[in-house]
Design a protein around this ligand. Structure first.
Ligand SMILES: *Cc1c(COP(=O)(O)O)cnc(C)c1O
Length: 404
């Protein structure tokens, strides 16, 4: 019987294809089955609550665990070199489960001052209602992170590269620093990097989260999220955050994401190659003021990028000389290949304009010094470009058409 990868020192390309998958014992199907059943028929009498399964190993009810989702979880654990994975209905579902599942009243969450807007807004607007203290620090400056850690800091939340300015943080250094100061959970949102680029658990993090909607699913047709970590931590999280919060991934989406993830290593190579070409092209373009891409030597943290990222990924941010909103309007009507739309990590290229005043007002609300540093990277706003796997020449020509 072909193996599912757990007992083999396979390379990541092989794990992406075979990890978590097995030949179906009943039908001998080579590809994963889509199992939509909500309930399962145990062969022995088991308890009624997920907390009283009497040690039963099989499936019982799809909110607790289900076969297709389980196959995806096994594949993701292998790709991230983690002990266990839990999947959720969206990336923010995974973030919510991890934060609410691990923090209690009186705990302090220290979060990167620039991160995915949904996570930043959840932390700033919702957590204080539950008595969780929240503060923000520039995680590209380890001394500021050290100074911001309090006796009750239970969780440090990192994101690298950070949405939308492509600022990096040094995961190994920050994880060591935080653990030394008694922080229990170092969490990394690694959506922009993907496991092909960076494996935060290898660098000392306790948890990794992904929006599976982005690179891992890769085709823009299924939402999902995942938390990767130690088995004992995730067993606890499963009982509370999965069973009681309930934001589980549907088997159908798991099946789509499972299929998408098989080509993740190939796609990441293509994303990186096209992004490098587009980033270099933009850097010489007269309409462009600044390009932020970890794979360019002009990135302020290029050394860290080379150390921490095995693949520079497909995410670019750039500023232009002309007013961004005007060019963004032109993009909406005139782009032929790239879609002006939110989201990222899909096979098709996506671009969107993120005005600094807008994102400050809606989300970050940085104090003056942090705002000044955000503007260092973003100016009045950035175009966030998720380079797909199209031909780089076609993407450059499409951008030239609207940049003027
Ligand atoms: C999109 C995104 C999320 C949220 O994921 P959804 O699947 O849209 O809920 C979280 N973190 C990052 C970095 C993202 O880009």
């Amino acid at each position: 019987m072909p193996e599912d990868g757990r007992n083999h020192p396979w390379n990541i390309e092989t794990l992406a294809v075979h990890g978590g998958e097995f030949v179906d014992p009943t039908t001998r199907a080579s590809s994963p089955n889509l199992v939509m059943s909500v309930t399962y028929v145990p062969q022995e009498l088991i308890g009624f609550s997920a907390r009283d399964d009497k040690g039963y190993e099989g499936f019982t009810y799809a909110r607790v665990d289900s076969p297709t989702v389980k196959q995806l979880e096994t594949k993701l654990a292998l790709l991230e070199a983690g002990e266990a994975v839990l999947c959720y209905a969206s990336g923010i579902g995974a973030i919510h489960a991890l934060i609410l599942g691990r923090l209690s009243q009186g705990d302090h969450l220290l979060m990167a001052d620039t991160s995915y807007v949904g996570a930043a807004e959840l932390a700033r607007d919702s957590l204080p209602r539950f008595g969780v203290e929240v503060s923000f620090a520039d995680t590209s400056r380890p001394d500021e992170v050290a100074a911001a850690i309090r006796p009750n800091t239970r969780m440090l939340w990192l994101e690298t590269p950070a949405n939308p300015i492509m600022r990096l943080c040094d995961v190994a250094l920050l994880a060591e620093l935080a653990h030394q100061k008694g922080v229990r959970d170092v969490c990394v949102d690694s959506t922009f990097a993907s496991p092909i680029s960076t494996r935060p658990l290898d660098l000392g993090a306790d948890f990794v989260v992904h929006s599976l909607t982005k690179y891992i699913g890769g085709h823009g047709d299924a939402m999902g999220g995942a938390v990767v970590g130690r088995k004992r931590d995730l067993d606890l999280l499963n009982l509370e955050a999965t069973v009681h919060f309930g934001g589980v991934l549907s088997p159908f989406n798991a099946w789509l994401i499972l299929r998408g993830s098989a080509t993740l290593p190939l796609r990441m190579k293509a994303h990186e190659a096209a992004a490098l070409q587009v980033a270099r092209h933009l850097e010489t373009h007269k309409a462009v003021k600044r390009v932020l891409y970890p794979g360019l030597p002009s990135h302020p943290q290029y050394d860290l990028a080379c150390r921490q990222m095995r693949n520079f990924s497909g995410m670019i941010s750039f500023q232009i000389h002309a007013p961004g909103v005007e060019v963004a309007r032109r993009m909406v009507s005139d782009l032929q290949v790239i879609h002006h739309a939110v989201s990222l990590g899909h096979h098709r290229s996506l671009i969107c304009w993120i005005g600094t005043d807008d994102i400050q007002a809606s989300t970050f609300r940085h104090p003056p010094e942090l705002l000044r540093r955000y503007r260092d990277y973003a100016g009045d706003g950035v175009f966030r470009l998720s380079v797909g796997i199209e031909n780089g020449d076609d993407l450059c020509a499409d951008l030239d058409r609207v940049l003027g």
